[in-house]
Write a protein that binds this ligand. Structure first.
Ligand SMILES: [Zn+2]
Length: 124
């Protein structure tokens, strides 16, 4: 009977909230921006979801004053090298490599719909 609390985080680009484990954590350390796959690195972190578009947006807006949402979240000024880090990781997130997740979501939605239809008590 362990009610486990699942930490929620939001993507700095699209602001959608998801379980922490479904997002990718980024940290800004001595080496600059790094993708923290294990979410264990010390320091201030920011989260991005796994949509390549969000990584692109984070990268593009990081040149804005204040570093955009990502720079703001990390309290850091992103460099060209940091943007390169984002670009490289975003390439691993292409939809083709993430088809399993999309499929699972679709299956879940379908199951919900089916359940609701079955529950209709034939008022007609
Ligand atoms: Zn996002």
């Amino acid at each position: 009977m362990k009610a486990r609390h699942r930490p929620q985080r939001s993507c700095v680009a699209c602001r959608e909230t998801a379980e922490q484990r479904e997002l990718v954590r980024l940290v800004y350390g001595e080496q600059g921006l790094a993708v923290d796959e294990r979410r264990r690195a010390p320091g201030r972190g920011a989260y991005l979801c796994r949509r390549p578009a969000c990584w692109q947006r984070a990268r593009e807006t990081s040149t804005a004053k204040g570093g955009g949402p990502l720079g703001h979240a990390l309290r850091a000024t992103l460099t060209d090298a940091d943007r390169g880090t984002l670009a490289v990781y975003a390439r691993t997130l292409e939809p083709a490599g993430d088809a399993t997740t999309a499929h699972e979501h679709a299956a879940t939605a379908a199951a919900h719909t089916a359940k609701r239809d079955a529950g209709g008590s034939g008022a007609a």
